[in-house]
Design a protein around this ligand. Structure first.
Ligand code: G6P
Length: 610
């Protein structure tokens, strides 16, 4: 995935680049590096581990200079070593940072080796540095060299490039990986995400696929599209407050983001509800016409966003009467789908840049869907720009790698979709009840978050365990999946989510006193069936932890059952509410285990490689 930041400024850029990397660390954090132009020469530091290691290195040996590029890495080709860290140089004539994967790098590498270039890393990126050097040696300008080189690259890239031949210049290019231009006052910047640059500007240009950009001294910016035409791209003001990128008084971003949920759920609903429905126009001016034609929905997403889609399938069928198919993007994009008439293609993504989800959208465009809708948290992201309709989830920047508030606001957006696209299966009265319940939801969420102390105590039972099983039924089966995903992501405890009715078809064999079983048990139509499933666990000596409605009648008089009661909530919204204690449980288990909660090992927040 990796994060890129670059600057051509009127002042020393080391601090700007370093701060940018810290804010991009969610994209990868196994090594980092920076190259700065000093007295018309490239100077570089690269370190293994988090950006803090680079910070320490720079404190001892600063890199002064007014133009520079920097990178935080999530390894794809080659282990996280200093030699594999970016920027990659070719004979100190070119420096390059790269996010993405060059799929044809092996062939390019062979050609370059035959031409006498020596490789010092195992990365795919180094071919770009040497190809650029080769083209520059032929007399090309840096811009022309990048334009020429990217035409030979297969795969995905966002690039930042500099050369001592043109000291006050940085070139950027994007194809398949995100890159924005930050517009300063007589200064210009590049980054994988606007968040990285909020310290220096709130004005951004979102580059289009195939764009090249030249940043020059004095804040001059030139953009050329994939056809070689100079183009003007609009400058957008960034909406978020910069404070969103700091932890405030919380120990971790994840905890802060969990506690932000009542507020962001309120924000996600703001101005989007009628008396007994959701306002279809919230999805875009063409939404009412498109929803009228919609007969089916195809949902596509990855990771936590996929779990939000799984919940929505229950809602869309139960309340909207719309048939739904759902699949993870990495599978969908390689299938040969048969598309029924009137099917709306809906992508769910926090970042709007997930490579598989984006590829699935592009693939879907030729398949005859009635239209596309992106439910997304990042305005201006690729997914939003390339979809016919979009609904922003308004969660604000989510920094913790494990997704929390992005998930619950996606659920809000999906409930709004359910209400807006409804085909009359739910009566006006039923819809009005859901609308009323949505309005009280932020308060009920606050009550659940007040259980934090109890959940922290409960977490102690998990700290020494190696496995856990999460059970739910109906729309709470995906809640169980999400609970299990959260626990494995940040505490490294192996966890499985299961529909409780499937327990007897296999996982029951795993149940013993070493396998804690967590269940969500709201008072719904499947409660009695769930209770029977839980008896099956107790009968095998399993230890049960149940999040339940008051009065569900689960006997917790014995030591083998712990029940934590949640306030009552409308049945439709229970999946959202019951997600909260599972988030807190994972968080506290991870803290007890001493893991890196916000940046769990091997993961990254924005997955811009396939
Ligand atoms: C990564 C993140 C997950 C996220 C998934 C999909 O795996 O670590 O938290 O759910 O990508 O990301 P998206 O931005 O498309 O929702």
């Amino acid at each position: 995935m990796c994060g890129i930041v670059a600057a051509v400024a009127q002042r020393n850029v080391q601090g700007i680049l370093l701060e940018g990397l810290k804010r991009l660390e969610y994209r990868g954090y196994d090594s980092a590096g920076m190259t700065v132009m000093h007295k018309s020469a490239l100077t570089r530091h690269r370190t293994v581990g988090k950006v803090a290691a680079l910070d320490e290195c720079l404190a001892n040996a600063p890199l002064p200079g007014k133009a520079g590029i920097a990178h935080t890495r999530w390894a794809t080709h080659g282990k996280p070593t200093a030699a594999n860290a970016h920027p990659h140089h070719s004979d100190d004539q070119v420096a390059v940072v790269h996010n993405g994967i060059i799929e044809n790098f092996e062939g390019l590498k062979r050609e370059l080796e035959a031409a006498g270039y020596a490789f010092s890393s195992q990365t795919d990126t180094e071919v770009i540095a040497h190809r650029l050097a080769d083209t520059l040696a032929g007399g090309a300008t840096l811009f022309d060299a990048v334009q020429h080189t990217v035409r030979t690259l297969g795969g995905a890239y966002a690039l930042g490039v500099m050369s001592p031949r043109e000291p006050g210049v940085v070139i950027g290019a994007r194809q398949g990986s995100p890159l924005v231009v930050g517009v300063g006052i007589d200064e210009a910047f590049l980054a994988s995400d606007p968040l990285a640059l909020l310290q220096v500007t709130d004005r951004f240009i979102y580059l289009e696929e195939g764009d090249l950009v030249e940043l020059k001294n004095g804040g001059r910016i030139r953009i050329v599209d994939r056809d070689g035409q100079t183009v003007e791209r609009p400058v957008h003001m960034f909406e978020y407050a910069d404070g969103a990128a700091s932890k405030g008084n919380y120990r971790h971003f994840m905890l802060k983001e969990i506690f932000e949920q009542p507020a962001v759920i309120g924000a996600a609903l703001e101005g989007r509800l009628g008396e007994a429905s959701a306002l279809a126009e919230s999805f875009g001016p063409e939404a009412p016409a498109l929803f009228a034609q919609t007969r089916q929905i195809q949902l596509i997403a990855c990771g936590t966003s996929y779990h939000a889609g799984l919940v929505a399938r229950y809602w869309l069928e139960r309340y909207a009467g719309v048939p739904v198919q759902i699949e993870v993007a990495s599978e969908f994009r390689y299938r040969h789908p048969v598309v029924a008439d009137g099917t709306l293609f809906v992508t769910l993504s926090q970042s709007g840049e997930t490579a598989d989800t984006l590829a699935a959208l592009r693939f879907a465009k030729a398949l005859g869907y009635v239209g596309s809708l992106a439910i997304c948290n990042v305005p201006g992201s690729s997914l939003v720009r390339e979809s016919d309709l979009a609904l922003m989830t308004r969660a604000g920047p989510e920094i913790g790698v494990a997704s929390t508030k992005a998930f619950t606001t996606q659920l809000i957006a999906l409930m709004l979709l359910t209400l807006a696209v409804g085909k009359g299966r739910a009566s006006a009265g039923e819809q009005a009840e859901i609308v009323a319940a949505l309005k009280t939801l932020p308060d009920i969420c606050r009550q659940v978050l007040a259980l934090d102390g109890d959940i922290e105590t409960l977490a102690q039972a998990f700290a020494e365990k190696r496995h856990a099983l999460f059970l739910g039924r109906g729309a709470h089966f995906p809640v169980a999946l999400e609970g299990a995903l959260k626990l494995k992501e940040i505490s490294y405890i192996h966890a499985e989510g299961y529909p409780a009715g499937e327990l007897k078809h296999g996982p029951l064999a795993l149940v013993d006193s070493e396998m804690p079983v967590i269940s969500v048990a709201p008072n719904d139509a499947l409660l009695e069936k769930l209770k029977s499933n839980l008896q099956e666990v107790r009968a095998r000596g399993g230890e049960l932890f149940v999040f339940a409605d008051e009065g569900v009648g689960i006997d917790d008089s014995e030591d083998d059952v712990t029940v934590l009661y949640l306030p009552p909530v409308h049945e439709a919204l229970a999946p959202l509410l019951y997600t909260l204690p599972l988030q807190l449980l994972s968080y506290h288990v991870a803290v007890l285990k001493g893991t890196d909660v916000d940046q769990p090992r091997n993961l990254a927040k924005s997955v811009t490689v396939e």
